[in-house]
Structure formats: C-alpha cells, structure tokens
Design a protein around this ligand. Structure first.
Ligand SMILES: Cc1cc2nc3c(=O)[nH]c(=O)nc-3n(C[C@H](O)[C@H](O)[C@H](O)COP(=O)(O)O)c2cc1C
Length: 167
C-alpha cells in the first residue's frame, strides 16, 4: 500500500449505495482508529456503532432542528454511522481523537469504501445524548459505506502557502 496515495484518494463522500458492509469490516476499520497516537497514550476515544433505528432518528432530528441538509441525508442513507466520544477532559484529547478519526477514514479508503467526517452532529448533541444513553462528550460522527460518487478533490492550499519560513 502506498500511504500517500490513500491520503490523496480520500474524499468526503456524501452519496452512498444501500449495499451492506459486514460489521466485521467496520470493526477492522476501527482497529486503525485505536492505533492512533494519543497524548500520554491515554486513548480517549470511545465509539458507538448506532443501529439503523437510531441513525434514522438522528437524521430526522437534524432536519427538524436545522432544516434539510446533505449531512442529514448522508446519515439516513449510509449503512454505518459511528459516534465518536471523548472519555474525559484531558487537554489534548480532541487532538488525539482527530488522529484516530483520520486513521479510520484512511483505512476505509484503503478498502475502497467512502466516509464522511460529521462534525455537524454537535448541533444535536443533546438529542443524541437522550437517544444513546452515554455521558461522554460527543465529538463527531463518521459515516462509512459503499460510495455512489467519486467526488473531485477539493482544493488545498499549496505547501508554500502554509509553510512559514523563518529568517
Ligand atoms: C472536524 C470536521 C467536521 C466535518 N463535518 C462535516 C459535516 O458535518 N458534514 C459534511 O458534509 N462534511 C463535514 N466535514 C468534511 C469537510 O467538509 C471536508 O473534509 C472538506 O470540505 C475537505 O473535503 P475532502 O474531505 O473531500 O478533502 C468535516 C470535516 C472535519 C475535519
């Protein structure tokens, strides 16, 4: 595997087929997440793979609260939605969890699957807490499914635009 190629191939996918993916595949992909570095190796991430029923409720609530939107559509149609939680309040936890999420996106990409990192779930955090009885802080969600689109790469700043030279 050429890692840089997978990094360059990854896209945010917002259209999915209804094709099934096995739970074992998703668990294998999550293994990549738990190999991420974390501050003091405290591994602050916690994951919940939600049922179809909960997924639909989350999507419906998002539409109810913020109006129809693509993210809610993805949540409704994608076969797997994984909620990502932060187990406690340590300073670097969000950075560590971001690393875990990126590992998950890359491993799914490596398997030819589509993913979407969903920060928008924060908009309905309180409702998700009612539905999924978990007291940890909800950080994000990840959609994983079989792609029904191959989005073109979104633009990136050039390296020279972000690399600050010091004298
Ligand atoms: C923290 C974070 C939260 C995001 N939340 C959402 C979201 O709620 N809905 C969505 O459609 N895309 C979301 N995205 C995806 C970004 O829009 C996407 O990564 C960016 O536009 C670059 O496109 P690319 O991922 O295809 O390279 C999120 C990305 C990150 C890193």
């Amino acid at each position: 595997m050429n890692l840089l190629k997978e990094i360059q191939n990854r896209r945010s996918v917002r259209n999915y087929l209804t094709d099934e993916i096995s739970k074992d595949t998703v668990l294998d992909i999550l293994q990549a997440g738990i190999m991420a570095p974390s501050a003091k190796n405290n591994q602050p991430w916690r994951f919940v793979i939600v049922s179809t029923d909960i997924k639909n409720k989350i999507s419906d609530k998002m539409v109810e609260l913020v109006g129809p939107n693509k993210t809610a559509e993805v949540i409704k149609t994608v076969p797997y939605l994984i909620l990502v939680y932060n187990k406690d309040n340590e300073y670097f936890n969000h950075l560590s969890i971001g690393a875990a999420i990126e590992n998950i996106l890359l491993e799914a990409t490596n398997r030819g699957l589509g993913t979407l990192w969903i920060g928008y779930i924060k908009k309905i955090e309180d409702y998700v807490k009612e539905l999924v009885n978990i007291d940890y802080e909800l950080v994000s969600a990840i959609a994983i499914g079989v792609k029904n689109e191959d989005p073109v790469a979104r633009p990136r700043l050039k390296l020279e635009d972000v690399l600050i030279e010091t004298s």
